[in-house]
Design a protein. Sequence first.
Length: 242
Amino acid sequence: MSETPNEIELRRIYGNRFGGKAAYRMAVWSILAEYFSRWIPPSSTVLDLGAGYCEFVNNVAAQKRFAMDLNPEIHHRADADVTVLHQNCCDAWPLDDGAVDAVFTSNFLEHLPGKSEVQKVLLQAFRVLRPGGCFIAVGPNIKCVPGAYWDFFDHYVELTELSLAEALSMCGYRIEARIARFLPYTMSDNRQYPLWTLRTYLAVPLLWRAFGKQFLVISRKPCDSQKETKIQRDTDYGANSC
């Protein structure tokens, strides 16, 4: 089957942006996947939303793994035991209700055409999550990178940890953590820092306030499956620090 113009564009953009540093990115994500494992037990079924080159899903320890992305490159990047869902994430997901324990997404929601599409995606994730399942989102915080955000041609939706938490809450999620400053902004430059520095960085949240420009939001589908509207701040590192 021939690729659509949108798929060709995605392959070209991300090939130019990340193709030359695949090994380094995979090594970085092996550490990040280990960090996120505190929310994703090894017995979990996990879906990597906007999986890209599959750096997260190939590294996370989970019993069953799904990778969703429109970029056709995903077929060549996913491990053999990862189920590839090659589709537009705004379309209906081919998964049963409550089939997934965790949905993870990093630097993806801002690439959607608009906020209505973000809401569609959040509702699809809510449907496929089991009661008590978690939705983990990392992305550029527009409060922390106001100008540099637009250096990427495919950025459309401006989000903060607060606006995403509000959207999640409106879709029925219970918010566990909303962290304004988590990771530095991008790995798309030419710098490749020693991996030990990342382990140190993740272990010292005070460093996040100095260097973090991406938010981290952790949310769950309530165990009673009823939509909640109140944002619960069980953990909040510097929500208004930008």
